[in-house]
Design a protein around this ligand. Sequence first.
Ligand code: ZN
Length: 375
Amino acid sequence: MKTKEELKNRDTTPNKKTTYRNFPMVPRVIFGPGCFSQLGEILLPKRKNSDAPFIFLIDDFFENQEFASRIPLMFNDEIIFVSAEEEPKTEQVDTLVAHINEKFDEKPSGIIGIGGGTLLDLAKAVSILLNNKGLAKDYQGWDLVGRPSLYHVGIPTVSGTGAEVSRTTVLLGPEKKLGINSDYTTYDQVILDPDLTRTVPKDQWFYTGMDCFIHCVESLEGTYLNAFSKSYGEKALELCKEVFLDDLSESESRDKLMMASWHGGMSIAYSQVGIAHAMSYGLSYLLGTKHGIGNCLVFQHLGEFYPRGVELFKQMVQKHQIELPQGTCANLTQDDFDTLINVALGMEALWENALGPNWKTIMTPKRLQGLYEKI
Ligand code: ZN
């Protein structure tokens, strides 16, 4: 991790000039139920020649499903189905890149990621590594990518992670779970078709949606908050409340959650997440817990830090009759707890955002272990 100055939007140290981050946004986006059918015409002008394929990285949930037949394949385009059972890994990125480089003489025209956060993150990383030498782990960190990535398109089929708008791709590496955070990570094109989220299993819908809800709470309650983040965070929070606490029609609910994810992602782009994310990273690193569910496991116990948010969260859990797993940390050794604590406390910017500059005096390792023990 870089220092807090590099992670914060502005550095307010006295006698130092204030600098603001200049961050990229997705330049092209299409939204609407059924808009996926326009993918072929969107890709056509981006085809370099008939030997330069588009590579579609698709969640293997869709293998042998009718959806796969709607992929607009031409020439030597390839579909690669990828399991999203586990959090994306740097090794997985390297294997995909090696496969593509070996199989095709010509560099692909682009990479299309179709799925939830895992697939969206993998596709971003693959597009970076196809244009930059070395291994994925070499680029985990801030602004380490030297050359623009290959043209890449993100198509979410689950709403909530905000991976479709973010300038990072979070990967589990050999030594750390950390994003490739760069100006070249952001998608060139995003396709927001709420109909693609029709088939999401209910638990996954809920956990991924809660990722968005938690982005909003952590951004809005954070010390890094500014008018930019607030405007997006408030809108996303309002949409989450409608989706998870009101009785919307299914199609309205899909549309709104997709836009909540987008706005929630925009909100954290210019601020930071907080305690639930820091702790969830620990769970993911040690136990492989998936991001959305990990956030929920942690967030339920954070009432002293996010009272209103946790109250709403519990109402949502109840309304949708979600059974959160219990005893996740029940059989851990002290060594395991130490790993959890080290990974979590390593996310300095998240803690500073949540608790302010004196966070180390507030969140001691002992207090943090107490929180993990409840999970
Ligand atoms: Zn998240």
